[in-house]
Design a protein around this ligand. Structure first.
Ligand SMILES: [Mg+2]
Length: 144
């Protein structure tokens, strides 16, 4: 099973939800803060032997994103950023901001209702998490 996560407003945001603590090393290298609970959630998902992908419409480089999660001790298996998505979606005849089946992703987790609607239209599974959901880790684990 492959699970993918959106970044902005799902795992990364300023002043929207509580964040994981960073160490001096991370602060020194300007590593972005991630949502509180992400470390625990990713560890639990890995325990189930699922793969974790990041699927974002941001232009952050794949290397930087991988590095961010590595620094928290929760490496991700694969990163799809906007550049990669744009290149790949051209091969399919659809107009979609994200298209997880293209990467064999079973469930995509996002904050966007627009992505949820795309999922309904194009037949892929999503879990939509509100930035206000303090119990978001459990919300996800209950569905997976
Ligand atoms: Mg988002």
């Amino acid at each position: 099973m492959i699970i993918s996560f959106d970044l902005d407003d799902t795992l990364i945001a300023k002043n929207k939800f509580r964040l994981e603590k960073t160490n001096l090393f991370q602060q020194l290298f300007g590593i972005e803060n991630i949502r509180e609970g992400t470390i625990d959630l990713f560890k639990q998902i890995k325990k189930r032997n699922y793969k974790i992908y990041v699927y974002t419409t941001s232009h952050r480089s794949a290397r930087r994103i991988k590095w961010t999660f590595c620094s928290y001790g929760i490496p991700v298996d694969f990163v799809i950023n906007q550049q990669k998505h744009q290149k790949e979606i051209k091969k399919h005849n659809i107009n979609c901001s994200k298209f997880p089946p293209m990467y064999n992703i079973n469930i995509h987790i996002d904050d966007s209702v627009g992505v949820e609607m795309e999922g309904e239209k194009y037949g892929f599974k999503t879990i939509i998490i509100s930035e206000k959901d303090e119990d978001w880790v459990q919300t996800i684990l209950n569905i997976l």
